[in-house]
Design a protein around this ligand. Structure first.
Ligand code: MN
Length: 128
């Protein structure tokens, strides 16, 4: 691990999706921290203060939109960029994610050839 290695919290309750995203990000040199549900995501975000959160919207207990709202209400975590991940690319989902505080949106199934570039652009702020 280098000092400049960027840390990404991946919140995803589907183990296959979590593994795929983790593999892609680790292969690109990112440090990945997993969370499997909303409550764990809140705890880990506060502890680890990642550079970016990839937030599944459909989660048990506390959904990704609610977790995003809570993190954006908290002074200690509101500066963390959050990008929504959702399986249902339905009309209005992007608006809902942005209203909750997400800076962007990635639809699942993810495009494995473009995914890392999209994440990099969100981290650098070239994609908003
Ligand atoms: Mn899910």
């Amino acid at each position: 691990m280098t000092a400049s290695q960027e840390k990404i919290l991946v919140v995803e309750d589907n183990q296959m999706n979590l593994m795929l995203v983790t593999d892609l990000l680790e292969a690109a040199g990112y440090l990945v921290i997993p969370a499997h549900g909303g409550k764990e995501a809140l705890r880990v975000a506060r502890q680890e203060h990642p550079d970016l959160i990839l937030m599944d919207i459909q989660l048990p207990e506390l959904d990704g939109l609610e977790v995003t709202r809570l993190l954006k209400q908290d002074e200690s975590t509101r500066d963390i960029k959050i990008v929504a991940l959702t399986a249902h690319a339905m009309r209005g989902d992007e608006d809902k994610a942005r209203q909750a505080g997400c800076c962007g949106y990635i639809a699942k199934p993810i495009n494995t050839r473009e995914f890392v570039n999209v994440v990099r652009d969100y981290l650098s702020g070239t994609r908003t």
